[in-house]
Each structure stands twice: as structure tokens, then as C-alpha cells.
Design a protein around this ligand. Structure first.
Ligand code: GLY
Ligand code: MN
Ligand code: MN
Length: 250
């Protein structure tokens, strides 16, 4: 699993460096999957999800045909399969490398929720604990921003679970009871605000998910996918670097 995850990290990192407006969702997909194959993964664990702009708000989007515009947020949810084991990692970043004020605000809420979820990845906690912790953050913050008026409205913008078991299958079998050492689960909260949503339109077309693969241990949670940048500052710094794929365009 560590190998599958490290291959996936390498692919996402290169895509962050290479991507710019005018390239396509399919370019991100191709760059990531080039790394899968060139580093020895036999396959992708599931169809790559690369959604830009309005497509960032579509769950399980896998068409990947749109050309990316400057301010588009890209949700990149990908996982290599190595010797039968799958990774499952999501990073979200803007095509032009500049997070707008609204993208920054939503990104940092999802990150706060994800870190709260990861903190619950401990033996004895319930499988549902990371979800509850992430949900609490998102409810509170969206209410503060007046994107929702009541906590129950959060389901309009965060409409999937936070965790699943990961292993031979991307959605692997598990007890769904108390978390146990040596299990690997994902922690993947998201906020998706499609155009037409009942909130200020400055928030429209922002979709952001952050997903890591977390090993439960007797000590602190071991974030196996920490090799791919996650804070805005780290992502921006990486996106400023040259990529070997930039040469192909010239
Ligand atoms: N990539 C599928 C999932 O995150 O569950
Ligand atoms: Mn997942
Ligand atoms: Mn995923």
C-alpha cells in the first residue's frame, strides 16, 4: 500500500507543477497515470477523477474532457494500484496556481475539517468519528459564512461520507465498528457549491476535497499520503516549479 501511495503522490506532484490554464482535465489525468505506469503500478485502482471549475462540484466525475480556465479549481482524485493494493488520494488546486479569496476560505475549511477527522483516527474511536468531527467543522464554518442558515443545510454542500476502508479494493471491507491498529482508512471531507446554489454567487463553482490514506496505529495516526503537499502555501510553492511536461508543450 505504501508503494501504491508513493507512486500516486509522485503523479499528483508532477501534475501540480505542470498544470496551467489551457491544458485539459485529461492532461492532469495523463500526467498522473504516466507516473502510475512508469513507476511500476499495473493499473489505476479506479477511474481517475479530474474535475475543473463546475466539474469540481460533481461527485464521481470521471469524464475528464474539459479544458481548464484560469480560476478553475481542480479536484484531482486518483490512486495507483500496485500488486493488487490501491491508493486513494485527492488534492484540490486552482489551474493558475492562485487561490482566490473565496477558494482560500473554502479550502482552509476543508483542511481544518480533514485535520479534525485525522485526529480521530485512533484505536477505540468509532469508524464514524472522523466523519462526525469533519462534519462539525464544516457545519460551523459554513454557518459563520452565511452559506447555510441551519446546520441541517450542510447536506447540500457536503453529501458523502468522510471515510472508507482501503486495501485490496479502493472501498475495502471493514468492521465499521471501533477502529483497530493496522487498518487503513481514508479521510476525505469536501465542500461543493455548484452554480445556482442558494448562497452568494461568489461561492459558486468551488468544489474542494482533500483525501489522505491513514494507517491506524497504537500511537499517532500515520498519514501515509503526507508526501503530497496539502497546505495552500505548500501547493503554491510546488505549482511554481517547472515540470518535465512543460517541455512537451513548447
Ligand atoms: N476515489 C473514490 C473515493 O474517494 O472514494
Ligand atoms: Mn476515497
Ligand atoms: Mn478518492
Amino acid at each position: 500500500m505504501r508503494k501504491a501511495i508513493h507512486i500516486t503522490c509522485a503523479g499528483i506532484q508532477e501534475a501540480m507543477k505542470a498544470i496551467e490554464p489551457g491544458m485539459g482535465e485529461y492532461d492532469v489525468e495523463a500526467i498522473v497515470e504516466y507516473f502510475f505506469k512508469s513507476k511500476g503500478a499495473e493499473d489505476a485502482g479506479y477511474p481517475s477523477i479530474v474535475g475543473g471549475g463546475e466539474n469540481s462540484c460533481i461527485l464521481h466525475y470521471e469524464t475528464n474532457r474539459k479544458k481548464l480556465a484560469g480560476g478553475d479549481m481542480i479536484v484531482c482524485d486518483v490512486g495507483a494500484e500496485y500488486h493488487g493494493y490501491s491508493a486513494d488520494i485527492t488534492r484540490s488546486f486552482p489551474a493558475n496556481g492562485n487561490f482566490s479569496e473565496e477558494q482560500t476560505t473554502i479550502y482552509n475549511i476543508v483542511l481544518e475539517a480533514q485535520l479534525a477527522g485525522i485526529a480521530k483516527c485512533k484505536p477505540g474511536e468509532y469508524f464514524r468519528s472522523p466523519h462526525n468531527a469533519a462534519m462539525e467543522v464544516i457545519q460551523k464554518r459554513l454557518q459563520e459564512l452565511a452559506i447555510i442558515k441551519t446546520p441541517g443545510e450542510v447536506a447540500k454542500y457536503f453529501f458523502h461520507g468522510t471515510s472508507h476502508y482501503l486495501g485490496l479494493d479502493v472501498h475495502d471491507e471493514g468492521t465499521h465498528g471501533k477502529l483497530m491498529p493496522n487498518s487503513v482508512i481514508t479521510v476525505e471531507p469536501g465542500i461543493y457549491i455548484p452554480a445556482g446554489s442558494d448562497c452568494d454567487k461568489k461561492w459558486w463553482n468551488i468544489g474542494i476535497r482533500i483525501e489522505d490514506d491513514v494507517l491506524i496505529t497504537e500511537m499517532e495516526p500515520d498519514v501515509l499520503s503526507s508526501c503530497v503537499p496539502k497546505t495552500i502555501e505548500e501547493i503554491k510553492a510546488l505549482m511554481n516549479q517547472e515540470s518535465l511536461f512543460n517541455l512537451l508543450k513548447k
